[in-house]
Design a protein around this ligand. Structure first.
Ligand code: AHR
Length: 500
């Protein structure tokens, strides 16, 4: 074999955090309108939710959905989206230069999340708004009744509180593009005071402070340190956002994008723990990687936003290919490998805007290639994450130098006994033979080897050809012996190897 790894139930990283399989619905382009919500569509239910998209969301295995933004939230008045629809105002959405009809708002999202079986993760506007509006929103969502905001919710048809536990204290406020952009000290104070007041309403909230918009920000590192010095005792998580794409057709470096993600995670863990030491705190801050994906922003930057304030325009509807899907798989491997500290993550986004699910208005919904690695991990990564150290040949890349050709992690479900290895072959031209040692799992053998790869790494799915790229089961890989299983990983491939 070219590469090998050893599985052992004692090599534990952490329990698989179910919230690692989160996604994101922003009022952006057609994510909401003609994405999850399209009254009049042949598959719309009585609430106007597209049931074809709901089914795909469940199939994807999404656990948490962040809402309503993103950049959008930093100029959003949540009150616009509640109450009788014909009284809701239309507004300019400055973030995406679109017109927001507010036909879909907080109550609709709560209903949709319930139907999709996902936990809501609400983002607050700390761009143009502050402590008071955050408390009003929390009271509307979570207070049982008998007060102005909670009674308003009841009057709007929601007797039962939404009971939202997970809250993002703003979005990307380090970014100069953000409405209400702030310095780290300004934001850190606001996050602390907002968190303090919110906990006066509900003690048991889980609160996420904004980290950097990406690791290339000039303020990265310093931002996290200053923000956490201001709000360490009041929050539970610090956020990370990252988007990757192939630069100038450099496929080898693109396939190694997880190297950057790993470094990013390590740096934020170190910074958070440094602040913990300085503040003598007994508590540990975990990481919420609440925006991550493949996204080529070149077109968006070149075209810029629309200038005629359209409703639900086609924005950043990236079409993903096989190589993109393999990178998404590799980023999932990284998140699992850091499951001891990264306990929330959201694939940005869910539908149409940089998303695993695409729709046509009035037409069909389909799965992008990146849908599959996410669905595999969300359904098969169960129990505990196991650390695997792969002895692997390397691949040379111009951005990251030499990187291991195999990037892998495993999980072990003690209840069913299932062991699953998730592995990527980063070789561009050659397959790779991987030998999996499992002496510590006596009597185990290969159940299934699922592969996503294609002789054309640029292959995509589309409305016309929704199933051009789908995973397949590799045939006839015989066990190498009682305690080893050998598998062949095609070039540029995503692999799920199931043992029992
Ligand atoms: O997900 C798209 C955008 O990327 C989000 O609105 C923003 O938070 C990030 O910059």
């Amino acid at each position: 074999p070219d590469a090998s790894l050893t599985l052992d139930p004692d090599f534990r990283v952490a329990d698989v955090p179910r919230r690692l399989f989160g996604s994101f619905v922003e009022h952006l382009g057609r994510c909401v309108y003609t994405g999850i919500y399209e009254p009049g569509h042949e598959h719309a239910d009585a609430d106007g939710f597209r049931t074809d998209v709901l089914e795909l969301t469940r199939e994807l295995g999404v656990s948490v959905v962040r809402y309503p933004g993103g950049n959008f939230v930093s100029g959003y008045r949540w009150e616009d989206g509640v109450g009788p629809r014909d009284e809701r105002p239309e507004r300019l959405d400055l973030a995406w230069r679109s017109r927001e009809t507010n036909a879909f708002g907080l109550g609709e999202f709560a209903d949709w999340a319930h139907k999709a079986g996902v936990e809501p993760m609400m983002a607050l506007n700390l761009g143009t708004r502050g402590v008071q509006e955050a408390c009003d929103l929390l009271e509307y969502c979570n207070h049982p009744g008998g007060t102005y905001w909670s009674d308003l919710r009841v009057a709007h048809g929601y007797e039962k509180p939404f009971d939202v536990r997970l809250w993002c204290l703003g979005n990307e406020l380090d970014g100069p593009w953000q409405i209400g952009h702030k310095t780290a000290a300004e934001y850190g104070r606001l996050a602390a005071e907002t968190a303090r007041a919110m906990r006066m309403i509900n003690r048991d909230l889980e609160l996420v402070a904004c980290g950097s918009s990406h690791s290339g920000m000039p303020t990265f590192g310093a931002w996290e340190a200053t923000v956490l010095e201001e709000c360490y005792d009041h929050v539970d998580y610090i956020s990370l956002h990252a988007y990757y794409h192939a630069q100038d057709g450099d496929l080898a470096s693109f396939l190694a994008s997880a190297v950057d993600m790993e470094g990013f995670i390590d740096s934020v863990v170190a910074t958070a723990d440094h602040v913990r030491a300085k503040t003598r705190s007994s508590k540990r801050i975990n990481l919420s990687f609440d925006e991550w994906n493949v996204w080529d922003q070149t077109e968006w930057r070149e075209q810029g936003p629309p200038d005629d304030w359209p409703v639900a325009p086609r924005l950043i509807e990236d079409t993903y290919n096989v190589a993109d899907a393999v990178v998404v798989g590799s980023l999932l491997v990284t998140l699992l490998r850091h499951a001891d500290r990264v306990t929330i993550a959201c694939l940005a986004q869910l539908v149409n805007a940089i998303a695993p699910i695409r729709t046509e208005p009035g037409g069909a919904a389909w799965r992008q290639p990146s849908f599959y690695p996410f669905a595999h991990v969300a359904s098969l990564a169960r129990g505990r994450v196991l650390r695997v150290d792969v002895a692997s040949p390397t691949v040379n890349t111009s951005v990251y130098d030499d990187v291991p050709a195999v990037h892998a992690v495993a999980t072990h479900d003690e209840e069913t006994g299932d062991v699953t290895v998730f592995a990527v072959n980063r070789r561009v031209d050659e397959p790779l033979d991987l030998s999996i040692g499992h002496r510590a799992f006596a009597g185990y053998h290969l159940l299934e080897h699922i592969v996503l790869a294609d002789s054309d790494v640029d292959a995509t799915n589309s409305l016309e050809q929704p199933d051009r790229v789908t995973p397949w089961t590799a045939a006839g890989t015989a066990p190498a012996g009682n305690d080893r299983t050998d598998v062949r990983l095609p070039p540029v491939s995503w692999n799920v190897i199931r043992l029992r």
